[in-house]
Design a protein around this ligand. Structure first.
Ligand code: ATP
Ligand code: MG
Length: 260
C-alpha cells in the first residue's frame, strides 16, 4: 500500500514559479489498478518520479508498505526500487544489443539472483506476456508492441509489489495499445498493483480507478479499492455511490464493520 501526503514540488524558471505538484495526497491499496490522467504539463511525470522513488518533493511524505521513503538514503532507495517497483516507460528502454531474454534477465542480475532462478523467472515472464517464441530476438527484430511486452516482462520478472507505467502505450498503434492494456488488465486480475500514467482518457477508462490531475492537483478520483470493495459488498453492483452520505448509508464503515 502506498500513502502520499501533501506532496509539493515547485520549479523556478526565469523568475516564475511552476507548481508541478501542488499538494497531492493519494492512497493506493494493494491490488488496485489506478490510472493517473491529465493534460500535458499537469504534473504526471513529476508524480511518477516521486512514486518511483526517483525524485523527492520540496514537502510531503510517502509511505510504501510501512516504510518512510523520503527519509531513506540513496542506497536504501536503490534497494527499494529494485525490490518493490517495476517500471514500464513510453520508450520501452530496452538495451538494443541484448536479446529479449537478456533484457529481462538484467535486473535479476542486479538483484543478485542465482542463474537457475534467473532462467526460471525470465522464461516465466516472457511466456506470461506471450513471447515464449521470441526470447532470442533483439529489440530491432521485434514490433513496437512486442518490445513493450518485453519491457513488461522485465518489470514482472523482479516480482515487484508495484508496477509503474508512464504512458506505456504512447508510442504504440491502436492494436498494440489494446494488447498492452489487455495484458495490464490480466496482470491486475492476477493480483498485481498497477499505477498507469496517461493523457489518454480511453486508456485511463480501462483501469479500475481514475485519478485526474490538473496543474499539480488532484481534481477528481473515482474512488479507492477500499471504498469500491465496500460499495460492491453492499449489493449496489458497479454503481459507485455519488456522495460520502450515500456510501455511509449503503455500507457499514464503522470499525465494527471493517473488522468483519
Ligand atoms: N526540471 C524541470 N524544471 C522546470 N520545470 C519543470 C521541470 N520538470 C517539470 N517542469 C514543469 O512542471 C510541470 C509538470 O511537468 P510534468 O513533466 O510532470 O508534466 P506531465 O503531466 O508529465 O506532461 P506530459 O504529458 O507532457 O508528459 C510542467 O509545467 C513542466 O514545465
Ligand atoms: Mg510526462
Amino acid at each position: 500500500m502506498i500513502i502520499l501526503k501533501d506532496l509539493r514540488k515547485t520549479y523556478s524558471l526565469g523568475g516564475e514559479d511552476v507548481h508541478a505538484l501542488d499538494g497531492i495526497s493519494l492512497t493506493v491499496y494493494d491490488h488496485e489498478f489506478v490510472a493517473i490522467v491529465g493534460a500535458s504539463g499537469s504534473g504526471k511525470s513529476t508524480l511518477m518520479n516521486m512514486i518511483g522513488c526517483l525524485d523527492t518533493p520540496d514537502e510531503g511524505s510517502y509511505i510504501i508498505d510501512g516504510e518512510d521513503v523520503f527519509s531513506m538514503s540513496e542506497k536504501q532507495l536503490a534497494i527499494l526500487r529494485n525490490r518493490k517497483i517495476g517500471f514500464i516507460f513510453q520508450q520501452f528502454n530496452l538495451l538494443p544489443k541484448m536479446t529479449a531474454w537478456e533484457n529481462v534477465e538484467l535486473p535479476l542480475i542486479y538483484q543478485g539472483l542465482p542463474a537457475a532462478e534467473r532462467k526460471r523467472r525470465v522464461e516465466e515472464a516472457l511466456a506470461r506476456v506471450g513471447l515464449a517464441g521470441r526470447m532470442h530476438h533483439r529489440p530491432s527484430q521485434l514490433s513496437g508492441g512486442q518490445q513493450q511486452r518485453v519491457a513488461v516482462a522485465r518489470a514482472l520478472a523482479t516480482k515487484p509489489s508495484l508496477l509503474l507505467a508512464d504512458e506505456p502505450t504512447g508510442n504504440l498503434d491502436s492494436k498494440s495499445t489494446g494488447d498492452i492494456m489487455a495484458l495490464l488488465k490480466e496482470l491486475h486480475g492476477q493480483g498485481n498493483t498497477i499505477i498507469l500514467i496517461t493523457h489518454d482518457d480511453d486508456v485511463a477508462r480501462q483501469a479500475q480507478r481514475q485519478v485526474r490531475i490538473m496543474d499539480g492537483r488532484i481534481v477528481a478520483d473515482s474512488g479507492d479499492g477500499f471504498t469500491k470493495a465496500a460499495a460492491a459488498g453492499s449489493g449496489s453492483g458497479d454503481v459507485f455511490p455519488e456522495t460520502a452520505e450515500d456510501l455511509r448509508q449503503s455500507v457499514d464503515l464503522s470499525d465494527e464493520g471493517r473488522r468483519t
